[in-house]
Design a protein around this ligand. Structure first.
Ligand SMILES: Cc1cc2nc3c(=O)[nH]c(=O)nc-3n(C[C@H](O)[C@H](O)[C@H](O)COP(=O)(O)OP(=O)(O)OC[C@H]3O[C@@H](n4cnc5c(N)ncnc54)[C@H](O)[C@@H]3O)c2cc1C
Length: 497
């Protein structure tokens, strides 16, 4: 049987996949497309994570789509609100009949002779395998494994008599009221969980090996709420979005240029928020500079408040072993626990675990270079979404979809059916794809594609520069090769951007 064919296949129905569907509908109305989603529902991250307090730690004016104003008064939003927003966006774009649930993409094979991808799909509900073909493959599959969060091997964990839970697999019926909880970790998930659980738990201890920068920001943005009162919805959203983009960029730039100054400012804020005599340097002074790893934003100082009220504490130490009743630390201290939460992170996964091949050859993805942070060298008619690590993910996801639509329209206008970035002998640089030194990045950085020595092979991590290059910049340059069926490739033109 001939497999079903669509012009564009989007993989993943999270924020990125839903955004991609919206942009395709709007900008390439004649293209047929489908969205394949491995799970039973849309929303990705915001449907998967169900732990208490789950929320964004970037503001929703930039984590929201450019095309859909965030109208809630809260700036950092809880998981269920973000999920409703994504569902609403899908509804408004008429995507509900485009998404095929329980479809996990496991392979994608490009044939130059047919100028199309054959995509192998595993039905996660029936176990069947299905094939589809498409002209363009657009991966919006996120960046981490859904089946398994990261958990280091803790000595003695088997003898612990209480419950051990990873936040990625939160049991719906977990009753922690009045219980002693130890949360292992110091990242965004740990700092979210601790104050949320401290509301009803007996006591919550956040056990960290080393501190993270934790910055309190207003849960509601007073400027945003004022602007919304005086301007129409769309205009207000655009103004607040730009305010936040510029603020994020300024903080990032200042952190890189004047790390000492930013360290001091954060330290002073933390001292003010905690009781006199609190060991701020022990628990809140990281060894690295601000923005060498993602900073943790907390709404209205909720973590500091839980600590000040004595409902939560932070212990900075290393685990020697689990015991029957808790955790023994290298310092000799013992933490008694009924429940231990391992907020120890994610396992990075590129391209949703799918294998790709081009004319029968499987490229070593770790040797490919990223073109404009979204295409891969020598991989035709293919794009992926990788959001910013120093700003909201969706800012880049939106630009990526816009660029893909421009590329598709350009190809149609000129009668091309294939586009592929060629490195022409340029070698990958040593620069990692993601410049964070966080554990989950370092554990897997080798599997990721590389950056090249200059444009267009570098990832910018800068919204303003990307906006110019991706929304308005030239589509034709010395690297991008376009060709038509049964025709010789068009010679590359000189770079215009
Ligand atoms: C707890 C948590 C909090 C976060 N908070 C923020 C924040 O505040 N700000 C921010 O900018 N970022 C945040 N992030 C990063 C966050 O993941 C992104 O902001 C955004 O949600 C990513 O959207 P996405 O659609 O690209 O990926 P995901 O949300 O991961 O969605 C990917 C989708 O693709 C599907 N999929 C994957 N592989 C396949 C396959 N092979 N076949 C078919 N379907 C597949 C998945 O099932 C999933 O539905 C957070 C991440 C986590 C884990």
């Amino acid at each position: 049987m001939t497999p079903e064919h669509v012009d564009v296949l989007i993989v993943g129905a999270g924020i990125s996949g839903v955004g991609a569907g919206h942009h395709l509908r709007e900008r390439c109305p004649d293209k047929s497309f489908a969205i394949l989603e491995a799970r039973a529902d849309m929303g990705g991250t915001w449907d998967l994570f169900r732990y208490p307090g789950i929320r964004s730690d970037s503001d929703m004016h930039t984590l929201g789509f450019r095309f859909k104003p965030w109208t809630d008064s809260t700036s950092l939003a809880d998981g269920p609100s973000i999920l409703s927003y994504v569902r609403e966006a899908a509804d408004e774009a008429g995507l509900n009949d485009k998404i095929r649930y329980h479809h996990r993409v496991v392979s994608a094979a490009w044939s130059s002779a047919d100028a199309r991808w054959t995509v192998g799909v595993e039905r996660t509900d029936t176990g069947e395998t299905v094939q589809l073909t498409c002209g363009f493959l657009f991966m919006c599959s996120g960046y981490y494994r859904y089946d398994e969060g990261y958990s280091p091997e803790f000595p003695g964990i088997d003898r612990f008599g209480g419950e051990v839970i990873h936040p990625q697999h939160w049991p719906e019926d977990l009753d922690y009221a009045g219980k002693r909880v130890v949360v292992i970790g110091s990242g965004a998930t740990a700092v979210t969980l601790v104050p949320a659980m401290a509301e009803t738990a007996g006591h919550v201890t956040m056990l960290q090996r080393s501190p993270t920068y934790v910055v309190s920001i207003p849960g509601e943005d007073p400027i945003a709420n004022f602007v919304r009162r005086v301007l129409p919805e769309k205009a207000a959203y655009a103004v607040v979005r730009w305010k936040n983009v510029l603020l994020q960029m300024a903080v990032f730039r200042l952190s890189k240029r004047r790390p000492k100054l930013v360290r001091n400012l954060i330290r002073k804020g933390t001292i003010r928020a905690l009781p006199a005599g609190y060991e701020v340097d022990k628990h809140f002074k990281p060894k690295y500079d601000p923005w060498d790893q993602r900073m943790c934003a907390i709404p209205d100082g909720d973590l500091f408040e839980a600590i000040s009220a004595g409902r939560a504490e932070i212990v900075t130490d290393r685990i020697e072993t689990f015991t029957e009743s808790g955790v023994k630390l290298e310092s000799g201290q013992e933490l008694e626990a009924d429940i231990v939460i391992t907020a120890t992170g994610l396992n990075l996964l590129f391209l949703g675990g799918a294998t790709i091949s081009v004319d029968g050859e499987e490229p070593d993805v770790s040797r490919t270079m990223t073109y404009k942070g979204m295409l891969l060298s020598d991989v035709p008619n293919f794009a992926f979404t990788l959001g910013y690590s120093n700003a909201s993910w969706t800012l880049k996801a939106d630009l990526t979809s816009e660029y893909v639509c421009r590329l598709l329209n350009h190809m149609d206008e000129h009668g091309y059916s294939v586009c592929v970035p060629r490195a022409h002998g340029i070698q990958p640089s040593d620069e990692p794809l993601v410049e964070l030194t966080s554990g989950y990045v370092l554990r897997s950085i080798e599997q990721l594609p590389k950056q090249g020595p200059g444009d267009p092979w570098q990832l910018k991590m800068n919204y303003a520069k990307d906006l110019r290059a991706l929304r308005h910049g030239a589509l034709v340059d010395s690297a991008m090769e376009f060709s038509s069926p049964a025709a010789e490739p068009e010679p590359a033109e000189p770079a215009l951007a």
